[in-house]
Each structure stands twice: as structure tokens, then as C-alpha cells.
Design a protein around this ligand. Structure first.
Ligand code: 0A1
Ligand code: ZN
Length: 844
């Protein structure tokens, strides 16, 4: 078992690097890497370098050979004592990209060389101080017969078989990148705010050029937005993006050479959904925004990961709200946060946005670091105001440009720019757990008193939870629907606190946590009528949606535990449908009832072990009631939302399609799938085709459509990933596991490709009642595949273990079955550090 790393153990590196020179002789199985690193001493100490899986051919300091016995294989380190104040370290190593199925370091994807160095991939390339606080300018020479040779920075020499790239900006090794392959560019250019011309390229495989246009448009929008919203200008002569098919994550912000999972680059109307387009725009933005928040200013150590990720997610969320609909974006972000981060925070994997220990850093690229990291910044902005935020960010960029920083540095710029003491606020970074906010009301003679209490349940390793500052945005709605108090932010700093509102006429309804002003759960007394009033009249779109969502959740949890249903939700949705043409996206969001997983979470939080079958049945029954009650409205809106012109992947078009598909889902419950079949056959875009296909699978009328889809898209890996995903996801729970098993037998289930693996396996784990089948077949299926993948790709295996993080919510039989399969994984000889850490934490 590997030693745990602690934040408290961080020590400065005793050397700085003036320049790193690398020379690559690329070969699929025997690539030679020559390195020369100019070190300058800044403190006493040995030179410690990281290296993993390297065949070391030679090591020297200022030309003098170094004894290879100084390599300590067990901890993958080379330690050289007694060095002078300035020296050049050189190494020659050999690595095998083709054998690199873990996709960390230099590897091959479809014959193309590419790299992934975050978090600790560079040590698989050569000996180096592989830690983010050691930054250096790089000069990279590539020798290869591949036609396109790319690295970070600016190209200084390009000749057949050889290229030289120089990156003048100091960077840590995790931002290094190299690509060599037969690639084609979609090119454009951008003139920056100071008038510099930047060449832009999106590199794809031959034949994919027609699918990269949206990525390029998104890049140009991102560059412009970062100039106007944050005053940040790009700083090299070229910006390259490369699409690769085999990639563990979404994309990577390497300096000047972003590498992307091809599913986040390639899109046409026929092959990509509205959701795909939105993600492409958002992730292109995210990686581009890292140039300032991550690259120019990076992290001192990996415990500070949320310094770059929380901020960059926050920035990409702002970008998407500016490009599309701010209200829809906020609701989507809240849904994601609840589904992924609240889930993580309420189980055995809970950790603070800034953890203070880990075994495997790659297990900490989590919803807590990313999405909660972004929410924490949103709260900070709310507390200091827009001007305070702008001042703090300007100070951050000027004070810390070129540095590797900490959360303390980040908080200090807000304190210094605004004068506000943020000592209590810092707990949001250091303490795990989602606060539960309970509100009660006292009403008398025109005075409303709101009493709040915050409770935070213990999380692993943290039993004491002092109160945090919580910005609670509220409004008050009169009984006739008028707003009697516009949005007001209450700052709660104590465990219990009351706020008083005088001079009110009639008793208002509180619109609570407007804009989702803090990442907390809410407990309050509210009637179905009051929820319906908010759903109809709240001026805050998020709060309006939340009211309807809460109404639905109350209804579903009652039914799932055997209580009788009411008509309140069905009636309230009638009002939403009457208004749907004015705001189709909002109506679609309201029609998407809480999912089975969320119902299970809610029941568990109330102390009731969720019964997946009862939840599925209750949701199904309620959906049928809604479909029946509003069939005329659904039929009318389905026609009204028909395409009005050629497909455009913008927010307005996506809104209409989302409402149309919500109507289709309801109509399909009554028309036997006739409309879905017609739409599947006639739709000219993937959004509607996939939507129709999902309905046909749910109805069990899918054979023809699946065969047609396969015949049409057999050669398109990304589209076939959808085909693999929707079947286990939408199949009836009692058939989904068998179906997933059959799909896994197909020769085109290329399980070593992370996208293909995730499509099929996550399709099943996202089918709540199927994955949690009482006989344990879902757990067995997942475990069998995790066991198979672990020796090939530990990172992807470990990430998918989180499907088990909720097991302690369920009944004793399910728990025992899940724990037995986890024990089976834990006992495997040679299990990766990644997976071992996840399984141990889940079983703890
Ligand atoms: N920094 C990237 C995400 C990323 C993280 C880790 C990776 O390998 C372990 C790869 C990519 C981002 O935030 O987009
Ligand atoms: Zn990121």
C-alpha cells in the first residue's frame, strides 16, 4: 500500500530551472528521449527527480556520468546529492508508447503519438521534478516521420522529419504536450486586444475536417470573451487544439497545445446532439481559460487543484451563460452539482474542495474540486459584490502572474482588494460536507421572522463542523404573486440566526436560496399550494424551477414509500404547459421530473432506505398520469415545436427541441411509439434522432431503429458510443443488465477505448433500478469489467468505482452484495494504487 501524501508535508523545491531542453526520437515501441535541464540552486538539499517505467540509458551532470544506483525503483525517484549551485542535468531514456494503455505520459492513439501529463504523467516520459511548483521555459525538438509534429509554444523550425518548438512561458511539466501524426488542420486566426495576430488550428484525422468548425467558432468566442470579461489576452503566436480518440478525461489545457477527447471537438448536426454542442463550447472555453487560470498562474501543489479548476469551471459557466441562456445554464449547473457533488459529499468519498491528504492524486479530479470549487467562488462573488470580485481578480493576475499559488494566496487577494475578513469563509475550502439549512417562519402582525439553522454531518476524518458563512438570497412573494421584497442576500454566520422583515401586508411566501446562492440542502415547511405559487410567479428563474422540482420530489418520495398520490403536481404542470411557448427551455426543465437517483438520495437523507423498484414504479406511474392529463397540450406543443428551418446548435433551437422531446416522451406513453418511430425516421439532426431512439428503447420497440442506426453510423466511433450508451440506460430495469452483457460481447465493444468503455458501463450504472437490481447482477457486471480494465487503464477504472459510493443507503441485502464485489476487487493481486484507494475508501 502506498504512503499517503499530506499537504502539511509540502516543502519548497531547492532548485529553479532556467531552461528545459528535450529531444524526442519517436518510435512506436522504442522512443528515445534526451533531456538537458539547467538547474540553479535556491536552497540547500539533494536533487530529487521523478521517473516511472523508464529504461534509463544514461544520466549525467555537466557531462559527468551519474551512478544509476542512485535510482530508487520502489519510490520511482532519482536522488543526487552534493551538487553545485548551477549545473546541467542530462538523461537519455527509452519508453514504449505502444505499450502505454494507461494513457498517461506518451502514448499512441490510432497510430498518432500524443501525451497526457496531468497530474503526474511527465515522469513516464523522462526524469524530472514532476511537481507543479517547478516551472521552466521549454525547448522541444521532435524527430519523426509523422507529417505533423507539435509541441507547446511557438514553432521555430519545421522541416520534414524534424520540428523545434520553443515555449517562452515558464510552465510546470504537467502542461507539457507533444503530438505527432497524420493530421489535418481547420485553421483561422484571431487578432488580440493589443492587435497581435494569432494563428488558430484545430487538428483532426483526415476526413474529419468537416466536423471541427464548431470547435473553431467556440475557440474564437472564448478568446474574445476572456478579453472582454476578464481583460485576459492570449500570449503566443499560435494556438493549437488536437482531437484524439483515446483519452481518459474530457480535455487538457497544455500550454498552446490543448489536447481534446475527440467527442468534445467533432460535431455535425447529423452526429452530435444539442448537449454535445453545448459541452464542446463549454470545454473549449474551459481549456482556453486555463491559459490564465492554471497556466500563467498555476498550483503550488496538487492539494490546491481547485485553485485552477474551481476558478476555471466558474469562468466557463459564466461564458456559457453569456453565450446561451443564463437561467437554463444555472439550472443545469445546479442539477449537475446535486447529482454528482452532493452525492459524493454525502458518502464515503466526501472530501473538502482543498483536500489535505491523498494516496493517488488522479482520484481527486472530482465534482467537489471542480463543481463545488466553482460554487465557492460564486459565493465569494456574491459576498464581495461584482466590483469587489473584479478588483480581486485584477489583483490576482498582477500579483501572481508566473507563480505557483495556494488557496491562501487566492483568499488574500480578496481580503486585500475588498478589506473583508474571509477567515470564516475559508472553511468552505477546508471542510467537507454539504450544510443542511433548516428554515422556520414566525408570522405576526405584518412581521415575518425567518429562523435558520445550519447543520453539517460528520465526514470521513472530520467530525467537528464549525458554522460557515452562508449567503442566503431570498425574495418575498405576496399571495397574489407580486414580489413584495426583491432579491436580498442574508449573510448567515452563526449556527442559528434569525432575520426579521417588518411592515408586510399579508403573509408572503419566501422564495428561498434564489439563484442557488449557496451549495446547501434546504429543509423547510411549505405547502403544495405555496410551491405552486412560486412556480407560477417567482421572478427568479432558478427558484421558480426549484419550487416545481420540490413539488415533484415531495410527490415522488411519498408515492415511492407507499403513500397515496395527490394531483397538485399534475395541476401545476398544466400552468407550465399553458406558458410553455413563451419559454420552451423552462417548460422542458419542469417536465423532466426528478430522476430515480435523486429520489433515492432524498429518501436516504430522510432516513428511509430507498427501494429502487418502488421508486421506478412510482415515477413511471406519475409520468403516466401527467401524460394522460395533458395529452392535448403535449400534442399541440409537439407540433408547435417542430423545426422551423435548418438545424442551428444555438440556445433557442435547443430549447425548442428539448420541449419537443419532453412532449414526445409523454405522447409515447400513449401512442405506442408511433410518433417516436416517425421522428426517428425523419429527423435530420442527432438531438431528435437520439431522443426518439431513447423512447423506442424504453417502450421495447427498438429493434428496427437500432439496426438502422447501426447501419448508418457503423464507422463513426462517437455516434456508436451513443448507441452503446442508450441501450442499457433506457432499457427496462429487468432487462438492462442482460442487454449490457450482450453488448459487451460484441467485437466492436472496444473496451480499451475509454469512451466506448464508459458509454456502455455508465449507461448501465445510470439506470438506477437496473444497476441496483436486488439480485446483485448490476454490481457483478460492473465489478467484472473493473477487474478486467484495471491492469490496462487504472485511472478510468478508479473513476468508475464511484458508482458504488452510495451503497450504504440501500437495504442490507444490496449492501452485502455490493460489499462482497468490492471485497473481490480489493483482494486482487497487483490492483492499481488508483483503484485500491477508491475501493478502500468506499469500504471504510
Ligand atoms: N485539467 C484538465 C482535466 C484533466 C485532468 C486530469 C487528466 O489526467 C489525469 C486529464 C485531464 C481540465 O480541467 O480540463
Ligand atoms: Zn480544468
Amino acid at each position: 500500500m502506498t504512503a499517503t501524501q499530506y499537504l502539511a508535508d509540502w516543502r519548497p523545491y531547492p532548485f529553479e530551472i532556467d531552461e528545459t531542453r528535450l529531444e524526442f526520437h519517436l518510435h512506436p515501441t522504442a522512443t528515445r528521449v534526451l533531456s538537458q535541464i539547467d538547474f540553479r540552486r535556491t536552497a540547500p538539499g539533494d536533487l530529487v527527480l521523478d521517473g516511472a517505467g523508464l529504461r534509463t540509458l544514461s544520466l549525467s551532470v555537466d557531462g559527468q556520468p551519474i551512478d544509476p544506483a542512485l535510482i530508487h525503483e520502489a519510490d520511482e525517484r532519482l536522488t543526487i546529492p552534493d551538487l553545485p549551485d548551477r549545473f546541467t542535468f542530462s538523461a537519455e531514456v527509452e519508453i514504449d508508447p505502444q505499450a502505454n494503455t494507461a494513457l498517461e505520459g506518451l502514448y499512441l492513439s490510432g497510430g498518432m503519438f500524443c501525451t497526457q501529463c496531468e497530474a503526474q504523467g511527465f515522469r513516464h516520459i523522462t526524469w524530472y521534478p514532476d511537481r507543479p511548483d517547478v516551472m521552466a521555459p521549454f525547448r522541444v525538438t521532435i524527430h519523426s516521420d509523422q507529417p505533423v509534429l507539435l509541441s507547446n509554444g511557438n514553432p521555430v523550425e519545421q522541416a520534414p522529419g524534424r520540428a523545434v518548438w520553443v515555449d517562452p512561458w515558464k510552465k510546470p511539466a504537467y502542461l507539457f504536450a507533444l503530438v505527432a501524426g497524420d493530421l489535418r488542420a481547420v485553421s483561422d486566426h484571431f487578432t488580440t486586444m493589443s492587435g497581435r495576430d494569432v494563428a488558430l488550428n484545430v487538428w483532426v484525422r483526415p476526413g474529419d475536417e468537416g466536423r471541427a468548425g464548431y470547435a473553431m467558432e467556440s475557440l474564437i468566442r472564448s478568446m474574445r470573451w476572456d478579453e472582454t470579461a476578464y481583460g485576459r489576452e492570449y500570449d503566443l503566436d499560435v494556438f493549437n487544439i488536437v482531437a484524439v480518440d483515446d483519452f481518459n478525461m474530457g480535455a487538457m489545457e497544455n500550454k498552446g497545445l490543448n489536447i481534446f477527447n475527440s467527442k468534445l471537438v467533432l460535431a455535425t448536426a447529423e452526429t452530435a446532439t444539442d448537449g454535445d454542442y453545448e459541452r464542446i463550447e463549454g470545454v473549449i472555453g474551459h481549456e482556453y481559460f486555463h491559459n490564465w487560470t492554471g497556466n500563467r498562474i498555476t498550483c503550488r501543489d496538487w492539494f490546491q487543484l481547485c485553485l485552477k479548476e474551481g476558478l476555471t469551471v466558474f469562468r466557463d459557466q459564466q461564458f456559457t451563460s453569456d453565450m446561451r441562456s443564463a437561467a437554463v445554464k444555472r439550472i443545469h449547473d445546479v442539477q449537475t452539482l446535486r447529482a454528482r457533488q452532493f452525492r459524493e459529499d454525502s458518502g464515503p468519498l466526501s472530501h473538502p474542495p482543498r483536500p489535505d491528504h491523498y494516496q493517488e492524486i488522479n482520484n481527486f479530479y472530482t465534482a467537489t474540486v471542480y463543481e463545488k470549487g466553482a460554487e465557492v467562488i460564486g459565493m465569494l462573488k456574491r459576498l464581495v459584490g461584482d466590483d469587489g470580485y473584479a478588483k480581486a481578480l485584477d489583483l490576482y493576475f498582477t500579483r501572481h502572474d508566473g507563480q505557483a499559488c495556494t488557496i491562501e494566496d487566492w483568499i488574500a487577494v480578496f481580503q486585500d482588494a475588498t478589506g473583508r475578513d474571509l477567515t470564516q469563509f475559508k472553511r468552505w475550502y477546508t471542510d467537507a460536507g454539504t450544510p443542511r439549512l433548516t428554515m422556520t417562519e414566525d408570522w405576526q402582525d405584518g412581521t415575518l421572522v425567518l429562523n435558520f439553522r445550519q447543520d453539517i454531518a460528520p465526514t470521513p476524518g472530520q467530525s467537528e463542523k464549525p458554522p460557515r458563512v452562508i449567503p442566503i438570497a431570498i425574495g418575498l412573494i405576496g399571495p397574489n404573486g407580486d414580489e413584495v421584497l426583491p432579491t436580498t442576500v442574508l449573510e448567515m454566520t452563526e449556527a442559528q440566526q434569525s432575520f426579521r422583515f417588518d411592515g408586510l401586508g399579508a403573509r408572503p411566501v419566501v422564495s428561498l436560496l434564489r439563484g442557488f446562492s449557496a451549495p446547501v440542502t434546504v429543509t423547510r415547511e411549505i405547502t403544495a399550494n405555496e410551491q405552486a405559487l412560486l412556480l407560477a410567479h417567482d421572478s427568479d428563474a432558478y427558484a421558480r424551477w426549484q419550487a416545481g422540482h420540490d413539488l415533484a420530489l415531495d410527490e415522488l418520495t411519498r408515492r415511492a414509500t407507499g403513500a397515496a398520490g395527490s394531483r397538485a403536481l399534475v395541476q401545476a404542470l398544466g400552468g407550465v404547459l399553458d406558458d410553455a411557448e413563451r419559454d420552451p427551455a423552462f417548460a422542458a426543465l419542469c417536465l423532466a421530473l426528478p430522476g430515480e437517483e435523486e429520489i433515492a438520495t432524498t429518501l436516504a437523507a430522510r432516513g428511509t432506505p430507498p427501494d429502487p423498484d418502488a421508486i421506478h414504479a412510482a415515477r413511471h406511474a406519475l409520468l403516466s398520469e401527467i401524460a394522460e392529463a395533458h395529452q392535448t397540450a403535449f400534442a399541440r406543443l409537439y407540433e408547435a415545436m417542430a423545426p422551423q428551418g435548418p438545424y442551428r446548435p444555438d440556445a433557442e433551437g435547443a430549447a425548442r427541441r428539448s420541449l419537443r422531446l419532453a412532449c414526445l416522451a409523454n405522447l409515447s406513453r400513449r401512442d405506442g411509439g408511433a410518433r417516436a418511430e416517425a421522428l426517428f425516421a425523419s429527423a435530420g439532426n442527432m438531438t431528435e434522432r437520439q431522443g426518439a431512439l431513447e423512447q423506442l428503447i424504453a417502450l421495447g420497440r427498438d429493434a428496427q431503429a437500432l439496426a438502422d442506426f447501426e447501419a448508418e453510423f457503423r464507422d463513426n466511433r462517437l455516434v456508436m458510443d451513443k448507441w452503446f450508451m442508450v441501450q442499457p440506460l433506457r432499457a427496462a430495469p429487468d432487462q438492462a443488465v442482460a442487454r449490457a452483457r450482450a453488448l459487451a460481447q460484441r467485437p466492436d465493444f472496444d473496451w480499451k477505448n475509454p469512451n466506448r468503455f464508459r458509454s456502455l458501463i455508465s449507461g448501465l450504472t445510470a439506470n438506477h433500478a437496473a444497476f441496483h437490481a436486488a439480485d446483485g447482477s448490476g454490481y457483478d457486471f460492473l465489478a467484472d469489467w473493473l477487474i478486467r480494465l484495471d491492469p490496462v487503464n487504472p485511472q478510468t477504472t478508479a473513476r468508475m468505482c464511484s458508482a458504488f459510493e452510495t451503497i450504504s443507503r440501500y437495504d442490507a441485502t444490496r449492501q452485502a452484495r455490493a460489499k462482497a464485489v468490492l471485497a473481490r476487487i480489493a483482494a486482487l493481486p497487483g490492483l492499481s494504487r488508483n483503484t485500491a484507494e477508491m475501493v478502500t475508501r468506499i469500504l471504510a
